[in-house]
Structure formats: structure tokens, C-alpha cells
Design a protein around this ligand. Sequence first.
Ligand code: KG4
Ligand code: ZN
Length: 347
Amino acid sequence: TPHLTILGLESSCDDTAAAIVCQAEGHRPEILSSIVYGQAELHADFGGVVPEIAARAHAEKLDVAVAEALAAAQMTLADLDAVAVTAGPGLIGGVLSGVMCAKGLSAATGLPLVGVNHLAGHALTPRLTDAVAFPYLMLLVSGGHCQYLIVRGPEEFTRLGGTIDDAPGEAFDKTARLLGLAQPGGPAVEADAKTGDPKRFRLPRPLLDRPDCNLSFSGLKTAVLRARDQIVAEKGGLTRQDRADLCAGFQQAVADTLTEKTRRAIRLYIRENPAEPVVAVAGGVAANGTIRAGLQALCQEAGARFLAPPLALCTDNAAMIAYAGMERFRAGARDGMDLAARPRWPL
Ligand code: KG4
Ligand code: ZN
């Protein structure tokens, strides 16, 4: 097919999204529309995403998002070549909502159905924005995920390592909660860290003594908790400066850990002699200025191009699902009405 237009659906966590991406063969892909309904306010009182509330909101918003994505692209279903949908991994209620919606559209129109792995969506995003050639190194750092991948093709990934417990975004969110800051924790911790001294508290850099690309963030969160409790025991509470210093120390520990493990991942990746080495990031944590700066400096040192897609494409969205679906569709992939929603689905 020389020209493809794909509708993508995403509902695996707390964003309901629909997008339309098209590509003429030999040309760059183009995002015609990308609609995202976040659910932050629905979960705000609960200190985390509540699966049942998320699933219900997805079910209510998916068809709205699809209608808006079509309208924004000035298209109807008849203009599409296929429907791509996140089939996992993620919260099963949300994934099911998306898969059922996509099956309904497919059954009603005869459009082919393509199931997409959410992680593959993130991992292929550099090709949606920057014409990056395979193989490239991807660091996926979000609220739910943390892994290093060598991306060799649309469906070919080598996992070099990842977190053995919490994802870094989760650690930011928990740290924010410990310090009484707003959710999502990442931006709140980063803002407070600006006036803090990252050296005042000696926080751990977990697993740096091991040569592999695995990471751990739960001990770091516990160290913040201990430091907080010690200050509270000594002085009865935290001052603004205490809080800023804890945020700065925590953020620097995450940045140092990610930088050092990325150094090891780059070493493994460079061994394969990529023509033009590229290190790409995705996920909400890639928004963090200190983490970005650390990775950027490292890439410069290693002679690799550092690539951070625009933030709206780093965080959960459906354009990445439409694009990953397009790559699968071009390769001949088709799913049927038996497409399963998978809560767990490693790449
Ligand atoms: O990719 P994302 O939008 O959702 C998924 O987890 O799939 O990532 C959200 C995570 C949250 O944990 C949030 O606290 C974190 O990304 N985050 C940040 C920053 N902005 C968002 N973490 C550190 N620094 C930031 N500026
Ligand atoms: Zn995601």
C-alpha cells in the first residue's frame, strides 16, 4: 500500500487517547490529529491510579476521542486503512475497553485490526518524529516502566536491563507524597529541587556496584523516608529548605543512576557498530531537566546523538500506537476478533 492512514487507540493506564497518523511510502509519517483525555483529577484523591475508575473513564471517553480525532483530521472512518489499538501491557480494564472499541470499529466497517504493544509504541516514537534508523538505543522511563532496549526493527527488541522494583516516575511520585507535595510528583519534586542542595543528604545509588543494566529505585525512596523522619524527630517538622534539599538529593541520585547505567547500555549498543549511534528517551520522566542534562552530556562524550521526542509524544498518547500499528501493518500483521487484551506483555 503506497499511502496508509491509521487510527490509533490508547487506554492502558490513565490517558484515553485516539490519533490519526498517515504516511506515504518514501515520505515522513504525519500526525493528522492526536487527542488525549487525562484522568489525573479522577484519581487525585486516591494517591494513585484506581483501576476500576480508570476503566470506566476509558469506556466513556474512547468513542468521544475517536470522533474528535476523525473530526480534527477532517476524515471519516471510510478514509482509514486500519485500526491500531494498545493490546497490553497495562491495567486490564482499560486495555479491554480499547480493544473492545477497536473490535467494534473493525466489525462495523471491515477495517483491519492491528494490536500494538504499548512499550513498542514508546520504543518506535523516535521514528515517528526523526527518521531514526535501526538499531538505536532506547531508554524508556515513565511512571510504570523503566528499561533499556536496543530497537532493531518494528517488532525486534533486545532488552538490556531494567528496574527490578519501582519505575523512576513511581519513585518521584512516592517521594512527592512523602514530602507532602502535589501529584504527579515528578514536576513538583523538580520544582522544589531548584532551590535545594543535592549534596546535603547522602542518598544511595542502587545497583551501581553491579556491571549490568538493571536498576532499582525502591531503596532510594526508603532513604528519603528515613531522612525525612530523622529531621522530623530532631526538629518537629520540615522547613522549606529541608524539603528542597531532599528533593534535590533524590533527583540527583536518580539522574546519576540513570546516567551511569546508560553509560553501560551505550557500551553494549556501540559494540554493534551502528552507522549513526542514537540514544533516544521516552516516558514522562524524560521531561526532567537534570536527568536530560546528564544523559545529554553522556551522549556527547560517547559520540551518540541524543534524541528526546517532544514531551507530548514522550508521555502516553495514541499517535505512537497508530505509528507502531502502521509499521506492523506494513509488515503484513493483521489481528482478528480473537485479539486478546494482555495485562502483562514483555517485548
Ligand atoms: O509516561 P507517563 O506520562 O505515564 C506513564 O507512566 O506511562 O509518565 C508519568 C510519570 C509520572 O510518574 C510523573 O511523576 C513523571 O512521569 N514525570 C516526571 C516529570 N514529569 C513527569 N518525573 C520527573 N521529572 C519531571 N519533570
Ligand atoms: Zn506509557
